[in-house]
Unconditional design. Sequence first.
Length: 171
Amino acid sequence: MENKTTMNTQTPQATNTNVRGELTYEDKVIQKIIGIALENIDGLLTVDGGFFSNIKDKIVNSDDVTAGINTEVGKKQVAVDMDIVAEYGKDIEKIYDQMKELIIEEVKKMTHLDVIEVNVNVVDIKSRAEYQDESETVQDKVSNAADSTGKFASRQTDKARNAMESEPRVE
C-alpha cells in the first residue's frame, strides 16, 4: 500500500472588493519624492535657495529636501510649482525638460498619480564657483560653531589660569 500526501497548490485569492478605504498622500511625501529625484540634474544649482547642491561631498541644508517645492495633490493628480537657481551657461530649457521628465516618472512610479503641471520659475543664475562661494554648508556651520566654542572655552580657561596664577598663595 502506497501512502500519498496531497498538497493544496492553490493560493487563496485576496479580494479587495469588500474592503473599503482610500489611499492618499500628504504634500510633503510628493515634495520629498521630487526633491530627491532632482538632486542630480546637471545645471540645477538649487531649488528655492537651498535644499540641495550639486557640490560633491558637501550637503547644503540637507535636513529638508522639500523646501521650495510646492505641490497640490489630489486623488489622482499632482501639480508642482518651484523656484530654482540655474547654473550660468547651461541650457535652462533642457534643465526644465529634465526636471519635468524626472518628476513625472518618479511620482508616477511611486504613487501612480499623474503629474499634470510642472511650473518652474528661474529666480537667479549663478556660476558654479559663485554658488559654491556663497553656499555655507552644514559641515561649515558645524565646524565654525565648534571652532568658535573651542576658542571661547580656551579663552575662559586662560582667564581662569591667569587669575589663579596672579592671586597670592596662602601657605
